[in-house]
Design a protein around this ligand. Sequence first.
Ligand SMILES: Nc1ncnc2c1ncn2[C@@H]1O[C@H](COP(=O)(O)OP(=O)(O)OP(=O)(O)O)[C@@H](O)[C@H]1O
Ligand SMILES: Cc1ncc(C[n+]2csc(CCOP(=O)(O)O)c2C)c(N)n1
Ligand SMILES: [Mg+2]
Ligand SMILES: [Mg+2]
Ligand SMILES: [Mg+2]
Length: 324
Amino acid sequence: MDEFDFIKSIQQKNYVQSSLIKGIGDDAAVFRQNYKDTVTSVDTFVEDIHFSRNTMLPFHIGYRALAANISDMAAMGCEPAYYLISIVIPKHWSEKDLADIYLGMKDIATENKMDLIGGDTVSGKELVLSITVIGFVDKDKSRYRSHAISGDIIFVTGTLGDSAAGLHILMNHEKETQEKFKYLIDRHRMPTPRPVFANNLKSISRIALNDISDGIANEAAEIADASKVTMNIEYNSIPYHDLLKGFDKDMQKEWKLFGGEDFELIGTVPKKDWDIVKKVAESTKTKVTAIGYVTDYTDSNPNVFLHEDKDVSILDKSGYTHLK
Ligand SMILES: Nc1ncnc2c1ncn2[C@@H]1O[C@H](COP(=O)(O)OP(=O)(O)OP(=O)(O)O)[C@@H](O)[C@H]1O
Ligand SMILES: Cc1ncc(C[n+]2csc(CCOP(=O)(O)O)c2C)c(N)n1
Ligand SMILES: [Mg+2]
Ligand SMILES: [Mg+2]
Ligand SMILES: [Mg+2]
């Protein structure tokens, strides 16, 4: 199968997005959207950095790569609509492997009513997936990291540390233990981004959002920096799955604060709007937990404090960082 047969094989027969005018098949795609703001981002997924063939099947590789991109749309409060895939394919990946990667993407795309409208195909040394996503949001309703204000409540969706725990189990434990902790492994391979929850927070006029790709310590610091505020996080309020309790306390802490790849949301809202967040969480079946509060800016760097029992410490940004 050459490049052109490959493109034919992955092309959608029907599209679901009404704004699409031209999908795959010309030099570029065309869509028209009149009354909303357009939101776009790109994220890249590289073999042996973001996954290895020991940690993921091809289906998971596709699923997880698009999930990360949808998560950025969620962090903007926006509904994802389109995606474009640039793929670098090494020779040793079979046609079946590639078909499965695309099935993984298709699976989460269908769940989120997204159309594949383009991309690029080249051969190379290791598998790289670079996905561009495009979504729409009501005018001026994009949710920025810079929107936190002193007095806000800090919340997170889901449970934190699941993905890092799942990866740890995949890399360090045998089959029997992997079976026992299948839930955590699934969270690593097939995370659940939260675009529906985020988009449903529309009635709230101001809310800061960020998604958790590099660990909550990093993501909280990004909000603190962008908003010029101090983030105060209560360690004992951070939600986590019961399965984590079987591990060493220090490991649990590392995973919850610095693990990353949970693709949950961290946000801040005015106290008066907290009930709306809880209602939207209920109606969209999303777990949401208050984990702290925002105070005025100080000259600490990073401007994130961890409160644990009676202790208060600066929460360092030691999450996952490329080029370190
Ligand atoms: N190489 C680059 N060239 C131009 N802009 C970039 C580049 N890398 C990142 N950016 C921009 O920097 C900002 C932060 O990007 P970053 O990738 O850190 O956020 P993210 O996608 O939420 O996090 P992550 O990639 O860890 O999931 C975004 O506006 C992004 O578009
Ligand atoms: C095999 C393997 N080794 C290590 C990791 C851990 N890891 C890789 S990238 C990343 C942060 C998110 O990346 P980005 O900032 O690019 O979104 C993390 C925590 C993994 N997932 N698989
Ligand atoms: Mg990025
Ligand atoms: Mg992000
Ligand atoms: Mg990152």
